[in-house]
Write a protein that binds this ligand. Sequence first.
Ligand SMILES: NC(=O)c1ccc[n+]([C@@H]2O[C@H](COP(=O)([O-])OP(=O)(O)OC[C@H]3O[C@@H](n4cnc5c(N)ncnc54)[C@H](O)[C@@H]3O)[C@@H](O)[C@H]2O)c1
Length: 373
Amino acid sequence: MRIGVAKEIKAQEYRVALTPAGARELVLQGHEVLVESGAGAGSSFADAEYEATGARIVYVDEVWERAELLLKVKEPIASEYGRLREELILFTYLHIAADEPLTRALTESGVAAVAYETVETDDRRLPLLAPMSEVAGRLAAQAGAHYLERPRGGRGLLLGGVAGVAPGKVVVIGGGIVGYNAAVIALGLGAQVTILERSVDRMRHLEEILHGRVSLMMSSSLQIEASVADADVVIGAVLIPGALAPKLLTRETVAGMKDGSVFCDVAIDQGGCAATSRATTHDDPVYDVDGVIHYCVANMPGAVPITSTKALTNVTLPYVEAIAEHGLVEAVSRDPALARGVNVLDGRITYEAVAEAHGLDFTPLEDVLGAAA
Ligand SMILES: NC(=O)c1ccc[n+]([C@@H]2O[C@H](COP(=O)([O-])OP(=O)(O)OC[C@H]3O[C@@H](n4cnc5c(N)ncnc54)[C@H](O)[C@@H]3O)[C@@H](O)[C@H]2O)c1
């Protein structure tokens, strides 16, 4: 198959959808790989590194026009809509339930659109979202340590303490992928860590894998109030699948936190878990409410594109290989997780939540495939 890798043109996006290592695997499997010139630059991969794998460096028109499977990181933006076409398989993060113009552009163009974020295993894991949660969780602990420093506006406390001086206290609300990774790094920095969770099973698992090195507490509004009042860093890491984040910290709870403490709301991309949260950017990441530094960057992994690109492509490559080897129709019939990733096919919306979000018709994937057969 002819596989294209487009350069991301959305503002502040430095990731690329395929590393030179991934390109080499695809070339070795007999595929043709076209990489848009400069596509890897934001992640420190030069064109020459791709060329050395046997991939070809091409201009933007060629990558979009000649690819049979086009790999991207972010959804196409308006200036790219005209490039969508029949016979093209687009594999990328799409998030189209929140984007009606793009949904229409995809259906009207006849492109086959497969979304990273809806690839879902039978046990309900989202394998192509998980690595970004790992990155964001780890960064959150680092951001907490950084903004606790006095010149950054924080209390002026070293998270790890030193011999004879107590470490700082980190409270993580939500012990999923983000929460676990935040806890691991906070522990590594020497902090005293508490995780508040709602699922007892998840707490049992965390206790086991963290060898009892964190305090695990049942999450309740009373416990949250008490824990955050005593914390130096609070990390919001909750998720209720398919819903906005619950507002677990009221304005009064935030006001009850220590002066110069740091609240890092990773759940901000789902609206945030505090009444005081609003999305920020890497250019201007923090603001102050009642003496509490709020770090609420909605695309945290964007700060570390080298790591994020590698983590993302590690998990996307097996799906790319499957589509390239078997073609989309055969690949989705072999793998129900990949089938759940198909959002638009032959002008039909095949992902129910997307159709519902826009009040448009939903056609089950099997029906579209059956009609095409
Ligand atoms: N800002 C960013 O750049 C960025 C990047 C990646 C993920 N995220 C967001 O981080 C959040 C967490 O993602 P994840 O992958 O860790 O999800 P996850 O599903 O792995 O974990 C969420 C956890 O929250 C727990 N939870 C739910 N309600 C709770 C409550 N009231 N109190 C305590 N715990 C509760 C769940 O039991 C679960 O263990 C999501 O909102 C996700 O969108 C943000």
